[in-house]
Design a binder for this molecule. Structure first.
Ligand SMILES: [Cu+2]
Length: 170
């Protein structure tokens, strides 16, 4: 009895050591990327030509990453925009990249960062769903599912820059 218990235990401990060593290795390597894209919402277009997209990216890794581009079959062009206040007027400025800090997150919300889908290829109606591909400098391509919502539901579901979450760092 005692012998068989012992012989079972030893390999189990060895296996545990092996797993721990593997985890340590991957944590030290720059390939350790852990990004999570969630709450992907697109507002029902008012004009039929363009729509705003909002989402959150959480970076559970230990290195900063950067959102570089977005693509989807629903639009020919997708731009990352920043909203600026200028003399009481809101202005949208295209930006090249958006940093997602290590151990942090970014929220794209009305009045803040957002993605503009231009030259839509199809009609977008509330509750439609489609895939979007987000390209990050280190994580590479991440595919997420977007859902179309009515404009009046936006702040309810994603918030806004004015009431933005404290963790967004803005
Ligand atoms: Cu915009």
């Amino acid at each position: 009895m005692t012998d068989s218990t012992l012989s079972f235990r030893v390999p189990a401990i060895l296996a545990l050591v092996a797993v721990t060593a593997l985890a340590c290795n991957s944590r030290e390597s720059p390939e350790n990327i852990d990004l999570e894209v969630s709450q992907v919402f697109v507002t029902e277009p008012v004009t039929g030509e363009r729509a705003a997209m909002y989402f959150a990216v959480t970076n559970n890794g230990e290195a900063d990453d950067e959102l570089l581009a977005i693509s989807t079959a629903a639009a020919r062009v997708a731009e990352i925009h920043r909203t600026e206040q200028e003399g009481g007027r809101m202005r949208m400025v295209p930006i090249d990249a958006l940093t997602v800090p290590a151990g942090g997150s970014i929220d794209l919300v009305p009045g803040g960062y957002h993605v503009m889908l231009l030259e839509l290829t199809r009609q977008l109606l509330p509750d439609d769903r489609f895939d979007v591909t987000l390209r990050f400098r280190h994580a590479g391509e991440v595919v997420a599912r977007a859902r179309v919502i009515r404009y009046e539901d936006v702040e309810k579901l994603v918030g806004s820059a004015a009431t933005g979450d404290a963790h967004s760092g803005r």
